[in-house]
Design a protein around this ligand. Sequence first.
Ligand code: DAH
Length: 354
Amino acid sequence: MSDGRTGPLPGGGAGGAGSDVHAVAAAAFEEVASAADLRVLDAVRARYLGRGDGLLTVFRKRIGSIPDAEARRALGQTVNALVERLTGAVDERRASLSDVGTDGASEAIDLSWPPPPLRRGHLHPVSRVFRDVRRIFGQLGYIAVEGPEVEYDRYNFTLVNMPPGHPSRDTQDTFFIDDDRVLRTHTSPVQIRSMLVRGAPQRVIVPGKVYRRDYDATHFPMFFQVEGICIDEGIALSDLKGTLEFFARSVYGADRSIRLRPHHFEFTEPSVELDVSCAMCGGKGCRLCKGSGWLEVAGAGMIHPHVLGNGGIDASRYSGFAFGIGIERIAMLAYGIEDGRLLYENDVRFVSQG
Ligand code: DAH
């Protein structure tokens, strides 16, 4: 800052003062152009254009003391033009810094400014149902375990009573990995794995992903099931019924109708299906329930003695029931979702509906 004051006085000659002022101005333009934020820009402006001792301002003040009228006028015009250009450059730079919002330092954080509305995330409907299912069966003393998604053909089919060549294999549109391995088509192979590991008695649920070559409003190539197994001495179909009723009431509320329908599965005997009255139409019949008023949400039954035997459990002493719940069905019913594909399309307008 002392430069301007101690530099050669304009009176020393018009040429000398003129080149001085140009050098000062050149430095000023450079600093303005490189000012990184508004705070620096203000400092640059004050240094060169400040009222009292700005480096360009002092030239202006000294003009009057130049004896030669010609030189005085020439320097006056030069200084005025430079001040005007520099002021313009400062204004321009200020505008561009404000535009891009890089003036972080000069714009101190205003802690009194109200925050933008807080957008809370939430769990995906499928995750919520999973959480509920774990909680409900947890109350009944079930533990949750996992099994592999790439599964041996043996576990996926043979050991649950679906030997090679068995017609029931055709109903499972299987993704094959190689001759021995598949993407599991259901969580039932974990029945065998759990029996071999835990023996009897046991109460286990197996939440997990399963895969089938299917795709429409209610079927997806990857979907979620929860397998359940309860093995002990004296377990009967009535225990299964009570358990499924407890589950259905906990999920849907006591006002929804439930029915157990006789069915056939290879790994259970007898077998049933659990239907719940359709949430979309209240039981009148719609696209979701294909006009029947009911939606099938689980398959179940008494574990076939062969399957118990394949799991290393003495079927003459122990009996058990098993069930397989379709998680998407539960979510669609619980949230009234007509097309289950919405669950996996990740359209943010769908998944962000609280
Ligand atoms: N594994 C069957 C399926 O994917 C569902 C199932 C039915 C599981 C009956 C069971 C059961 O444990 O007992 O279609």
